[in-house]
Design a protein around this ligand. Structure first.
Ligand SMILES: C[S@@+](CC[C@H](N)C(=O)[O-])C[C@H]1O[C@@H](n2cnc3c(N)ncnc32)[C@H](O)[C@@H]1O
Length: 257
């Protein structure tokens, strides 16, 4: 349940070249420079990941900057994935939970799920050298929507087919992967009302990470109460942003310097 107290998205340039010929209306599989696939959304005019590497970007921005700091402190985490998309962030989290034996309950939100036809052609299992024993990618995509499903003893997922705007969770998550399309494509998702929702959804000491490093986005995050860190970005990008929900006594008042 994403709307209760307990849990039950730098511009990304468009791509000129694709070695993968498969297309469906509005969505096209593309190759990124680390060899992993991404999707080009013709509707929104952007790709789902960095052209320099989908896996590389997700590992850097979400797993290393978002998940690892909290994973090293606790044995149980609730993670909210804003934008399920290809399921790559969920998959990488699932792999980390298995490796480090930290229990993670992942909640994903997605308004426009990809077709199974597209999903079945994504190369993440091969690129990540997953064996048939740990074929988490298929299990994550086979999981029924709107239900919490255990993928392995340390990882469960609940995929919610809904709009980000409908999220109404409170003190429910330790980490948020904010992986919406870029502000120039969906500006309304990077404004104060959305970030207020994210702030409310996080527990004290919670972390929100995003690939975006725009000044206006950082200022908006700060205006709703977050403490901002500018971190080195993944290859091809100078910076990324990590936003912290500090415990009450340590947090800055909204709009303070
Ligand atoms: C940058 S992609 C997410 C990539 C994803 N994390 C992955 O690993 O593939 C942004 C996602 O947000 C979804 N989306 C766009 N607008 C939305 C909205 N208002 N509510 C929910 N999902 C939305 C898109 O369909 C897309 O899957």
């Amino acid at each position: 349940m994403i709307n209760g107290k307990r849990p039950t998205v730098k511009s990304r340039p468009s791509f000129a070249v694709s070695r993968s010929p498969f297309t469906v209306p509005m969505r096209q599989i593309i190759d990124t420079q680390d060899g992993s696939h991404s999707i080009l959304s013709e509707e929104f005019g952007v790709s789902y990941h960095s052209k320099y590497g989908a896996i590389q970007e997700s590992m850097h921005v979400f797993i290393e900057a978002g998940l690892h700091p909290r994973m090293h402190e606790t044995q149980q985490l609730d993670v909210l994935g804003i934008g399920f998309g290809t399921g790559l962030n969920a998959l990488l989290t699932c792999i980390e939970a298995d490796k480090q034996q930290v229990k993670i309950d992942y909640t994903a939100v997605e308004a426009y799920p990809l077709s199974l036809e597209i999903i079945s052609q994504l190369n993440y299992t091969t690129e990540l050298q997953l064996t048939s024993q740990d074929n988490f990618f298929d299990k994550i995509h086979d999981a029924t929507w709107e239900n919490r499903v255990a993928i392995h003893p340390y990882f469960s997922i609940e995929k919610n087919n809904m709009r980000f705007e409908e999220i109404d969770a409170e003190n429910a998550f330790d980490v948020i992967f904010f992986d919406a399309f870029a502000p120039n494509s969906q500006p309304e998702l990077w404004e104060a009302p959305m970030f207020q929702k994210m702030y409310k959804a996080l527990r004290s000491n919670g972390i929100l990470t995003t690939y975006c490093a725009k000044g206006v986005v950082k200022r908006t995050l700060k205006s709703v109460g977050f403490t901002i860190e500018a971190l080195p970005g993944p290859p091809g990008k100078r910076e990324m942003t990590r936003a912290l929900k500090m415990p009450k006594s340590k947090s800055q008042a909204p709009n303070s310097k």
